[in-house]
Each structure stands twice: as C-alpha cells, then as structure tokens.
Design a binder for this molecule. Structure first.
Ligand code: MLT
Ligand code: ZN
Length: 473
C-alpha cells in the first residue's frame, strides 16, 4: 500500500517535471528545508515535493495534476506568517517565489499589476519609481510576498490611513483547486457586477486557491512626514491624543503606535544601536506620524498639535524627530518590540482588536486579568492603537517553566483574555490570521451561522478539501 502511494507520488513528480521542466520542481532536501519550517522556528513540517512555477500557466498545470492525483496543496509566499498557515504538513508545496514579474504600472489609473512572488519592499520601490506610494508597511516587508500578503490580508503600521491589504487590492488572478485560472485583474474602482469574488481569496490563507497576481492601488507620495515620540500616562491618554491628531491634521495620521515602558527597555537591551529618544518614568510612549502633501506648515502642524496635547494634559512630554536618522530610530524601536521580546524569552501572545473607543478599557482589564491569574507576570501590550489592534503579550511569572507556561499553564489566562475581547465585540485575530494555530478556537468563537457560511464557500470552491487543509476551517 505504502509502495503504491510512493509510486503514485513518483509518477506525479515525473509528470510535474515534464510539465514545468526541472527548474520548476525540486525534491532536494537541502533546497526544501527552509520552506518547511516557519521563520521563528516554532513549527516544522514536510512535503514530498517543492513546486516552483514561473507562470500562471505553470501554476495551473501543477494544480491540474494535483487534482488528478488527489493531492493536497500548500501555497507559499515568503513564509513569514505568524499562525502556522504556510508551513506544509505533507502537502505538495507550491512556492510562488519565481513568479515575480511586474505586469503593468498604470500611473494614470494609480494602479500596478504584480505577480504573487514580488517582495513587498520591491513593490514599494516600483511605486516610488513611478512617483507613487504603495502604503502597505510591516516588519517582514523584506521577505513577505504579494500573494501571501493578499492571502493573509496583511496589516502593519499604516492601516489607519490606507487600510489593510484588502483595501489595497483592485483585482486578482487566482488558480482554482481544479486548475482553472480566474482572471479578475480589473483595475476598476467601480464594478458592481455581482459578488466581488476577489474578497473570498483575500484573507483565505490559501484555502480556496492560489493567488498568482494582483492589481494594487497606488497613492500620492507624501512630500513630508512629521514624526513625534511622546510620553503619556495611560492608554486612555493615547486614544485622546489620536482623536486630537486626526482632527488637527485633517486625517493625515499615518502612524499611531503605542509602546510600553517594558517593551522599550527590552528593545534597548536586546537590539544594537538603539537609544531612548526621551527618557521618562512614565509607563507609555506613542509614536505619531503625520504624512502631508506639502513641507510648508508641516512642522508647525505637528508642533501645535503637541502643544495643544500638552496644554490639555494628554501628553506629558514630546520630541519631534528633526532628522531622517531620528525618524528611523523611533521606528526601529517600534518595529523591534516583538523581536526584543523573543530575545527576552517566551510569552503568551494575543493579536487582538476592539473598537478604538474600547482600547483603553481592554488594556486595563486585560492587565488586571493577567496580574490576578498569573501573579508576577509582565504584560507587554503594544502596537496599532489607531486600528484598535493591540499585541497583548504576557511573559511567564518569575521562576515558571517558560515552555510549560505558553503551552499549558498560561492557557486559561489566554482564554480569559479572548473572552474579554469577545465581550468587547473584538477579534481574536486582528492581523495575523488563523492558520492552524487558532483554527479550533475560531470554530467555537464564531457563530454557527458564520461558520456554516464559511464552510459553504470552502465546499463550493474546494469540494475535495485539498487547498491548505487544516488551516482556518
Ligand atoms: C508587530 O506589529 O510588531 C507585529 O505584528 C507583532 C509580532 O510580530 O508579533
Ligand atoms: Zn502588528
């Protein structure tokens, strides 16, 4: 029986190699290795074969063969996901990394069409070369690829102004589980012609098909960014500052990130060449970024915003970054909190969101829960206040076995944090997705009606359940 299966896989690989050529297929363990574990080294998987199509036609050929042989498929981009969605568990692994062409830049339409394997930093550069902005911006941008960013509906640090990946996509091209190609690459801002199918694939984490290309929105490049680093006494003050900043800048706030004192200290300890721009005993910092179309008046706008906030006792102290190097430093601190936290040790992690109006309440009640249920534990709550998305992480109490805490002893606390989130009408996964990590919890957290609708969509597009099985649903 096992031999029969082995023979089938060998024939499959031989036919795949005929269709894609030797460059498109690999069974070399050395080459496969980086594709079968996640970047944090938390999950390890396996695959019988790595498929590397260079075109949509080749993806289609590979998917048709997978369908013929009844084989499950794991599509992979930069493999920088956070929820164990992109590491294969025995499925045929289709990497989109060779599909990295720029198909079109339509400047007048403020749109560009890129293949799935284009890395995010390159997408940003292409926009810039055309005097435009592609605003998606996140820590993994040097490895994350367009297809994966679409499949996971990536977020990051400019969502409050430009939205998540879903908001940046005009059209997509996808290969269905049976190998058919859907060309939905329409660069239209208005298209009311029935169900908007692209949205099914955005955030589907590869469970409905393989995204092979996308038409993405471009924006005017801001002429100037004003960046400030401020100290506040509480998350309540941070949310008050957000309202003030939005009103004072006419909606030009592109970054609004909260940093706790402990997060800052961990960055200063673990990340080389970092320094505190505004030493203070206060428990919170906020990074405020305004993006403006004109240099003239920009600094005045930030100065008067901060003066007003200090006058109203919302902000205690503030520094405006006077150079690109200073801006880079405050962003470096912010972007490295998760990295520094990992260097510090393990933590119970929660990527949660609530309406912005309830962020402060969540942070206070969440911290109280942590301190009651796990005395001595530290809370490192940071991130995208402007989106209502907080990374709410809890370190093991002193003396606790770290592994045991995150895998076992801390789980009742995690459940309590998510219960609190549910009671505030929030989400247990704001931007990192579901993957295998939160699949079981999703099934009982969502209503039966919502799960039924999701399963119906899955059955309609992937009746054999071969696309990234075990993720999301
Ligand atoms: C961040 O905003 O820094 C990340 O989404 C958090 C993380 O990597 O855990
Ligand atoms: Zn984040």
């Amino acid at each position: 029986m096992a031999d029969d299966q082995g023979d089938r896989i060998s024939t499959f690989i031989a036919r795949l190699t005929d269709a894609l050529g030797p460059k498109g297929v690999s069974t070399d363990a050395h080459e496969i290795d980086p594709h079968i574990s996640d970047w944090r080294g938390r999950w390890k998987g396996s695959t019988p074969v790595l498929v590397k199509p260079a075109s949509t036609e080749e993806v289609s050929a590979a998917m048709t063969l997978c369908a013929a042989y009844g084989l499950a498929v794991n599509p992979q981009g930069g493999n920088s996901g956070m929820v164990n969605g992109s590491v294969p568990q025995g499925e045929v692994l289709i990497s989109l990394k060779r599909m990295n062409k720029v198909r079109e830049v339509d400047v007048l339409n403020d749109a560009m069409t890129l293949e799935a394997g284009v890395i995010l930093t390159r997408a940003q550069e292409i926009a810039e070369q055309n005097d435009r902005l592609f605003p998606l911006s996140l820590g993994a941008q040097g490895v994350a690829m367009i297809g994966g960013l679409i499949s996971t509906n990536a977020g990051g640090v400019q969502v409050l102004r430009y939205g998540m990946m879903r908001d940046l996509v005009l059209g997509i091209e996808a290969v269905l589980p049976d190998g058919r190609v859907w060309n939905g690459l329409r660069g239209l801002r208005k298209d009311n012609t029935g169900y908007d199918l692209k949205h099914l694939f955005i955030g589907a984490e590869g469970t409905l098909g393989v995204v092979t290309a996308a038409t993405l929105k471009l924006f005017p490049r801001p002429a100037v960014k004003e960046t400030a680093w401020v100290t506040v006494a509480s998350p309540t003050k941070a949310v008050e500052l957000l309202q003030l900043a939005k009103a004072a800048s006419g909606g030009a706030v592109t970054g609004f990130e909260i940093v706790p004192q402990l997060g800052l200290q961990l960055v200063l300890r673990h990340i080389p060449d970092t320094r505190d721009p505004l030493p203070s005993g206060l428990p919170w910092r906020v990074l405020v970024e305004l993006s403006l179309p004109r240099e003239e008046g920009a600094r005045d706008m930030m100065e008067s915003l901060l003066a007003d906030a200090i006058g109203r006792e919302i902000v205690a102290d503030a520094v405006i970054c006077g150079s690109e190097a200073q801006k880079a430093m405050v962003w470096k601190i912010r972007e490295n909190i998760a990295v520094a936290e990992r260097a510090h040790g393990k933590a119970l992690k929660h990527d949660v969101s609530v309406p912005v109006s309830r962020v402060a309440e969540f942070m206070e009640r969440g911290a109280a829960l942590a301190h009651t249920m796990s005395p001595g534990a530290d809370v490192i709550a940071f991130g995208h206040v402007g989106d209502g998305n907080i990374h709410f992480n809890i370190t093991p109490p002193p003396g606790a076995d770290q592994e045991r805490f995150v895998e076992q002893d801390g789980l009742p606390l995690s459940k309590a944090v998510h219960d609190l989130i549910a009671s505030l009408n929030g989400s247990i996964s704001a931007e990192h997705g579901i993957g295998r990590l939160k699949r079981d919890e999703l099934a009982w957290r969502k209503s039966a009606v919502e799960m039924d609708m999701m399963r119906a969509v899955k059955r309609a597009l992937d009746p054999d359940g071969r696309m990234n099985p075990g993720r999301v649903l």
